[in-house]
Design a protein around this ligand. Structure first.
Ligand code: AMP
Ligand code: TRP
Length: 339
């Protein structure tokens, strides 16, 4: 990246005992610019400084996807995408949530310290109820408890995510506090780590970029798809004529340029003075996005063509985590009187 990322607290421990971070991502079938600028590039950056664990959350995906074949394909595609974007299995652990079923056992135990009212007031639950009114399944409500379990089963203290996960992280902390006060100090309180693009807006220029809103720029897609998505972006709605002066501060295309070159100021100036038109600025952004992700796209296609390699990395990741997950479960069962 050409821009500086927001600073994260320096790890205090020696490399041998690096603080642990954890993040999860849904196998949604698409990796969009919001995912990468908001979260994945922090996964990549932090994997050398921290003991990093990254999880493809297929259990969570089941709250909205009920097609087994689709879920299976998307899980592998997400793994390939994360590896292509820079996750290095030698430096981090990448695995699939359902390969470590201890997460669901811990989620049940944490559910016993979580008031229903906390879950009902979660913003994402309210959104999902509107998005899928015919499928308000119980797992949608308990979704944040499983997310808390994902993090705390490895006693991770930092969680790289986009801003939309703030409420979930707050809930995780509340669950941890309640558990610790009831059963004794067991889990650290997890905190979010953001990039300098904690909320990336979608091509509509008003709502956050999200697959379910259909306003994404798919960074690993065919360049023609990327171009089409960028060209469809809503710019400054008050700039009607090519000669009208633009307002780069409200134009999402201009704002995104910040992450794609050293000449952001110049690009904004061009818009402000009408030296450049919206189409020019979009074309340039499309070129730069395509160029930025070209190598990752190649790696992605290569990995997708070698599924056994991807599956091997995921299996190894889950195996590596088994002792950690089991140790936490032993401690928790003991503390809760299940032994
Ligand atoms: P999801 O695809 O919802 O599983 O999101 C994966 C990661 O990307 C999470 O850490 C999200 O917070 C982050 N993310 C998703 N959409 C955006 C966005 N529009 N802007 C910034 N971060 C995002
Ligand atoms: N809820 C997160 C999302 O939709 C995914 C997730 C599940 C997660 N478990 C997690 C993120 C644990 C961080 C930590 O993006």
């Amino acid at each position: 990246m050409t821009t500086e990322l927001a600073p994260v607290p320096a790890p205090v421990a020696a490399p041998a005992e690096r603080p642990r971070i954890f993040s999860g991502i849904q196998p949604s079938g698409v990796v969009h610019l919001g995912n990468d600028l908001g979260a994945i590039r922090n996964y990549v950056r932090l994997q050398s400084e921290y003991e990093a664990i990254y999880c493809i959350v297929d259990y969570h995906a089941l709250t909205s996807t009920h097609d087994a074949a689709v879920l299976r394909v998307r899980t592998r595609e997400m793994a390939a995408a994360l590896l292509a974007l820079g996750l290095d299995p030698a430096r981090c652990t990448l695995f699939v949530q359902s390969h470590r079923p201890e997460h669901t056992e811990l989620a049940w135990l944490l559910a016993t310290v979580t008031p229903v009212s906390w879950l009902e007031r979660t913003p994402t639950y309210k959104e999902k109820k509107l998005q899928q009114p015919d499928d308000v399944n119980h797992a949608l409500l308990t979704y944040p408890i499983l997310q808390a379990a994902d993090i705390v089963i490895y006693k991770a203290s930092r969680v790289p995510v986009g801003k939309d996960q703030s409420a979930h992280l707050e809930l995780s902390r509340e669950i941890v506090r309640t558990f610790n006060s009831r059963y004794g100090d067991t889990f650290p309180e997890p905190r979010a780590v953001f990039t300098d693009a904690p909320t990336v807006l979608g091509t509509d220029g008003v709502r956050k970029m999200s697959k379910s809103l259909g306003n994404t720029i798919e960074v690993l897609a065919d360049p023609a798809v990327i171009r089409k998505q960028v060209m469809s972006m809503v710019t400054d709605t008050k700039r009607i004529l090519r000669t009208d002066h633009g307002r780069p501060e409200v134009c999402n295309v201009c704002q995104l340029h910040r992450f794609f070159g050293p000449d952001w100021e110049e690009i904004q100036e061009g818009e402000r003075t009408a030296r450049t038109g919206c189409v020019d600025t979009k074309n340039l952004l499309a070129d730069r996005i395509v160029a930025r992700y070209a190598a990752a796209r190649e790696r992605y296609l290569e990995l997708i063509a070698h599924p056994a390699e991807v599956d091997g990395i995921l299996e190894e990741g889950a195996d590596r985590l088994r002792p950690k997950a089991e140790a936490t479960m032993d401690e928790v069962r003991e503390k809760m009187g299940l032994r």
